[in-house]
Design a protein around this ligand. Structure first.
Ligand SMILES: Cc1cc2nc3c(=O)[nH]c(=O)nc-3n(C[C@H](O)[C@H](O)[C@H](O)COP(=O)(O)O)c2cc1C
Length: 149
């Protein structure tokens, strides 16, 4: 099975508040939790100050189908694809939502990174930091990833 990773950045079309999974963000998270677990999709949706980024990993067809749904969603805009590549293994074991809030992050981690200048590797690093410190919602994969190799 071909595994791929896709990264995009976008801007929320509604106000977000660190740690609050209410309103549109709550709906996005419920949809993502259901759908991503069923489709072996892992990664992270990062909620930064007025910015989203998402890393989506999984079987190629599932990732493309999911991204096509997400990119036309009116709850965010200026969706920019930053990376799309084949991978040999996942960087994330599950799918989660992480908030980049000063209160959640270690002192040496910036409250905001410059997403326009950031390389895909830097965005992945940020995703790993948010996975560790900023996560308030998560969803496991329904099938064990061992069946992929
Ligand atoms: C920033 C953002 C991230 C999203 N992430 C996901 C996701 O990871 N998985 C998913 O299924 N839907 C995600 N969605 C929601 C989809 O765009 C879509 O509304 C949802 O999958 C339901 O699609 P349907 O109404 O065609 O069933 C996201 C939406 C936004 C705005």
């Amino acid at each position: 099975m071909t595994l791929v990773r896709l990264i995009y950045t976008s801007y929320p079309a509604f106000p977000t508040r660190a740690g609050w999974l209410t309103g549109p963000l709550g709906e996005i998270v419920s949809a993502g939790r259901d759908h991503n677990a069923r489709n072996q999709i892992s990664g992270i949706l990062g909620v930064e100050v007025n910015r989203f980024f998402q890393i989506i990993e999984g079987p190629q067809i599932n990732v493309l189908e999911t991204y096509n749904r997400i990119r036309t969603d009116k709850r965010h805009y200026d969706v920019q694809l930053r990376q799309s590549c084949e991978i040999s293994q996942r960087m994330f074991k599950d799918w989660s939502v992480g908030f980049a809030a000063r209160a959640f992050l270690p002192a040496n981690e910036p409250a905001q990174i410059d997403f326009d200048a950031a390389t895909p590797d830097l965005i992945i690093k940020r995703g790993i930091v948010l996975r560790q410190y900023g996560v308030i919602a998560e969803a496991g994969l329904e099938s064990p990833s061992a069946s992929e190799s």
